[in-house]
Design a protein around this ligand. Structure first.
Ligand code: IPM
Ligand code: MG
Length: 354
């Protein structure tokens, strides 16, 4: 099996964590019949610097011709004062839009040995197994009109029927393979767009009588996530709400450095850690590569048809964490931690030994 993968290291800690994840991918490829061709390209701030735009046409073209894309992270305070069109983030949003990646899957699960690293009590955290299904190419992020003028700035939260239907189907299908429960997040007590969202989700739910559907207001959802996260199975959400709730859910699992994501559409899929570019710790070996390595796991599962290898990779990560190895973000205060590269090497070794 031949596969073409595009690697987009991006900014900040992106290149460091991607470097480790690529080595893991190569190790897995080397042990299977997979013939991988990896090509690196520019996106985000790195692309602004070297090519003058956040998403060069050559990058987009390469992604379109690939079976999957692995991305590190995007953004740096250097570009904070740039107009939105010239910010690094536009590179990522452009990729999502151009590749039609409407379904963002963000699983939040706790590795048992990390339950103590959560900001919540360990007993609340042990049962967290949530899949956030975030709509990724509509809503407030993409809605028109949008603009910035001398005395006003505006964005539009708009959803079309087909957009809600397809993301709702993604959530219901996923729930079927999990614990059979979808909780749809909205703000239907205030927003028309949310009332519409709720109505369409209820219609789609009729096709899935075996799945339970609940609705929750986004503010209550944010509260319930810290009060009793074990109640959620699949959370179905609008783009912006999902952005916020996924950071919150990630932190519950111990560190933002642990959570992977998959962005799926009808063509090439993109895999990236949920965390950002963390420019403050870039180049220090202090970044946690696990979120990116787990994103490779999601790539194996969703793009490369290698679910068994994905399970094995998950077990390898678990084994390394059980052994007590910790990067700085998940190490108890004052205790020893290992570098990004050391963590990557341990996971590779554990995988190869299994
Ligand atoms: C994320 C990030 C992005 C988003 C940024 C970098 C554009 O926060 O993937 O969650 O807001 O979607
Ligand atoms: Mg985010």
């Amino acid at each position: 099996m031949k596969k073409q993968i595009t690697i987009l290291p991006g900014d900040g800690i992106g290149p460091e964590v991607v470097h480790e994840a690529v080595k893991v991918l190569e190790a897995i490829g080397g042990k299977s019949k997979l013939e991988l061709t990896l090509s690196e390209a520019l996106v985000g701030g790195a692309a602004l610097e070297k090519a003058g735009e956040p998403l060069p046409a050559a990058t987009l073209d390469l992604c379109r011709r690939s079976d999957a894309v692995l991305l590190g992270a995007i953004g740096h305070p250097r570009w904070d004062s740039m107009p939105p069109e010239r910010r690094p983030e536009r590179g990522l949003l452009g990729l999502r839009g151009e590749l039609g990646l409407y379904a963002n899957l963000r699983p939040a699960r706790v590795y048992p040995s990390l339950a103590e690293a959560s900001s919540l009590k360990a007993e609340l955290v042990r049962d967290i197994d949530i899949l956030i299904v975030r709509e990724l190419t509509g809503g407030l992020y993409f809605g028109r009109p949008r603009g910035i003028e001398a005395d006003r700035g505006y964005n539009t939260m708009i959803y079309h029927r087909h957009e809600v239907e397809r993301i709702a189907r993604t959530a219901f299908e996923a729930a079927r393979r999990r614990r059979g429960k979808v909780t749809s997040v909205d703000k239907a007590n205030v927003l028309e767009v949310s009332q519409f969202w709720r109505q369409v989700v209820v219609e789609v739910a009729r096709e899935y009588p075996d799945v339970t559907l609940d609705h929750i207001y986004v503010d209550n959802c944010a509260m319930q996530l810290v009060r009793n996260p074990g109640q959620f199975d699949v959370l179905l959400t609008e783009n912006m709400f999902g952005d916020i709730l996924s950071d919150e859910a990630a932190m519950l699992t111990g560190s933002l450095g642990m959570l992977p994501s998959a962005s799926l559409g009808s063509g090439t899929a993109l895999y990236e850690p949920v965390h950002g570019s963390a420019p403050d710790i870039a180049g220090q070996g202090a970044a946690n590569p696990i979120a990116t390595i787990s994103s490779v796991g999601m790539m194996l599962r969703y793009s490369l048809n290698m679910a068994a290898e994905a399970d094995k990779l998950d077990q390898a990560i678990n084994r390394v964490l059980e052994s007590g190895a910790r990067t700085r973000d998940i190490a108890p205060p004052g205790s020893a931690w290992i570098t990004t590269a050391a963590m990557g090497a341990k996971i590779r070794t554990a995988y190869l030994e299994m």
